[in-house]
Ligand binder design. Structure first.
Ligand code: FAD
Length: 385
């Protein structure tokens, strides 16, 4: 076991935030080791788990630019200039996000994005260790315990500071909670989601308008679809967990087809494998995670979903995680006292994350219930003028 170097950091999780933070710090001369429980997606394909694609906004792009990652990422992005609202009767209407194409968001494939960021992290000098799942932390002796996900082997790693970029179910957070009360609170949403796919048409082209985020708002529930650069769309159905319709009442593929025939009729011809997708893809839970504290002195700090997971309705979880990465790298660079750097990072980012979490919850009501409400849209238009 080698002693950690002075400017060394041990990152847990090589997902979106972990890979970006590793790039930012390694470029500034830090010795960065990243431990990821999954295998290398560049060798064995990307093992998903969360949404297949994501909306990337200017906040996230700004952070990517700090790591010179924006250009590589944007090669795979599809522009979305507004919401394309599908009414029950099958009419469609584009509601632009801004006045012109300078105010747009982008759809990006999670796997492609993660691979691009891992390549950049490695090029910058970060060391990536795959199949390493963090299990426990001995904070007193500064030893992290990992298990090899392939052969079950145990590995001990000495650390100066641990950075938890290991997502909503963070193992580092669990280890920190065993050490001290961080004021953790998780509020589950009473709605969940399931993903389906719109494949390309017979000519290999997009079946519907590619440069839009499609929404089928239906009051208490909705479908959305985001484009992928291989000319598919990922459709996400959001339904309540109980009542009618819900993931409790719509369980079989036949019930799913009946729901689509009734409520999303214009989407049915676009999703030829509806039954198979329904059967294959799990129902995903949605929650907001609140923590009073994100760090333990200079020994551990959390960021991204590990610190502040949120519901996806503002499309800002990753964007916010990317902003965390820039802020943490800047504080570490500016303040040699790590405990002070972690505290300053937390002070800066906590109010921002809390505001975005609240907006994400509010936006669910807007997306599923208001985007086809004429009075609401008129008011929004007047607000913009
Ligand atoms: P993650 O991306 O979850 O990465 C965590 C990494 O840590 C993973 O690689 C994981 O394998 C690894 N890991 C976990 N446990 C361990 C362990 N014990 N040891 C080692 N490694 C471990 N955000 C947006 O900005 N725009 C969107 O449009 C958007 N849409 C979304 C749609 C849905 C349905 C959902 C669920 C989320 C969406 N989000 C969106 C949010 C976004 O997915 C997250 O905010 C983002 O993935 C957070 O990045 P992260 O790096 O913190 O965590």
């Amino acid at each position: 076991m080698n002693k950690p170097a002075d400017r060394s950091l041990t990152l847990i999780g090589a997902g979106l935030a972990g890979a970006l933070l590793a790039t930012l710090l390694a470029r500034k001369g830090w010795q960065v080791d990243v431990f990821e429980k999954r295998g290398d997606p560049r060798q064995q394909g990307y093992a998903g788990g969360r949404s297949i694609n994501l909306a990337l906004a200017e906040r996230g792009r700004h952070a990517l630019r700090q790591a010179d990652a924006d250009e590589a990422v944007m090669r795979q992005a599809v522009m979305m200039r507004g919401r394309m609202v599908h009414s029950r009767e099958g009419q469609v209407q584009l509601q632009r996000y801004g006045r012109d194409d300078s105010e747009v968001i982008w759809s990006i494939h999670r796997g492609d994005l993660n691979i691009t960021l891992l390549d950049l992290a490695e090029q910058a000098g970060a060391r990536l260790h795959f199949h390493r799942r963090l299990d426990q932390v001995d904070f007193e002796r500064r030893l992290a315990h990992f298990t090899d996900e392939q052969n079950g082997g145990a590995h001990l790693v000495e650390f100066q500071s641990l950075v938890g970029a290991d997502g909503a179910g963070s193992s580092l957070r669990a280890a920190m909670l065993r050490e001290r009360d961080l004021g953790e609170r998780t509020e589950f949403l009473d709605h969940s989601y399931k993903e389906l796919e719109i494949p390309p048409d017979a000519e290999g082209e997009f079946q519907i308008e590619p440069n839009a985020l499609h929404i089928w708002p239906r009051g208490h529930y909705m479908c959305i679809a985001l484009p992928n650069d291989e000319k598919t769309f990922t459709v996400t159905l959001f339904l309540p967990n109980a009542g009618e319709p819900s993931f409790a009442s719509v369980t079989t593929p036949a019930q799913a087809r009946a729901l689509f025939e009734r409520d999303f009729a214009d989407a049915i011809p676009l999703i030829p494998a509806l039954e198979q997708d329904w059967q294959r893809n799990p129902v995903g839970l949605l929650a907001t995670l609140y923590l009073d504290s994100w760090h333990i002195d200079e020994r551990a700090v959390l960021l991204g979903d590990a610190a502040h997971a949120m519901v996806p309705f503002h499309g800002q979880g990753m964007n916010c995680a990317f902003e965390d990465c820039v802020a943490l790298a800047e504080h570490l660079q500016r303040t040699p006292d790590r405990a002070a750097a972690f505290a300053a990072f937390e002070r800066e980012r906590q109010p921002n994350a809390a505001a975005i979490q609240a907006m994400a919850l509010e936006n669910y009501v807007e997306m599923r219930d208001k985007v086809d409400d004429a009075d609401f849209l008129l008011q929004r238009a007047l607000e913009r003028t």
